[in-house]
Design a protein around this ligand. Structure first.
Ligand SMILES: [Zn+2]
Length: 96
C-alpha cells in the first residue's frame, strides 16, 4: 500500500505540470484540434524530463481527461487530429 501511495503522490505532482504542457500544446496553433490521449502523452513527453515514464505520463493524462476544466474540452467519441484514430476520447480547446 505504501508503494501505491508514493506513486499516486508523484502522479499528482506531475499532473499539474502535464496539464500546463497540454494546455499550451492545444492552445497555440492547436486550437480547435482534438487529440487522443495516446498522442497527447507522446507530445507531452517531448516537453518533460526524461525521468518520467510513459506510464506515469499516461496516468496523469487520464486525470486531465477526467477533469478537463473550463478551458479544455473532452469529446467522448471523436477522430484524433494526429493519428486519425476514430471513436476515441479526444481532448482539445474548442476554436469557438
Ligand atoms: Zn491520436
Amino acid at each position: 500500500m505504501a508503494g501505491k501511495h508514493d506513486m499516486s503522490t508523484r502522479v499528482f505532482a506531475i499532473g499539474d505540470f502535464i496539464r500546463r504542457v497540454v494546455e499550451s500544446l492545444l492552445h497555440g496553433g492547436g486550437r480547435g484540434r482534438f487529440l487522443c490521449a495516446r498522442c497527447l502523452v507522446k507530445l507531452a513527453k517531448n516537453h518533460l524530463d526524461k525521468s518520467y515514464t510513459t506510464r506515469e505520463v499516461a496516468q496523469a493524462m487520464e486525470d486531465v481527461f477526467s477533469a478537463a476544466g473550463p478551458v479544455m474540452h473532452v469529446m467522448a467519441s471523436s477522430i484524433c487530429a494526429v493519428c486519425a484514430r476514430k471513436g476515441v476520447a479526444c481532448l482539445g480547446v474548442p476554436s469557438r
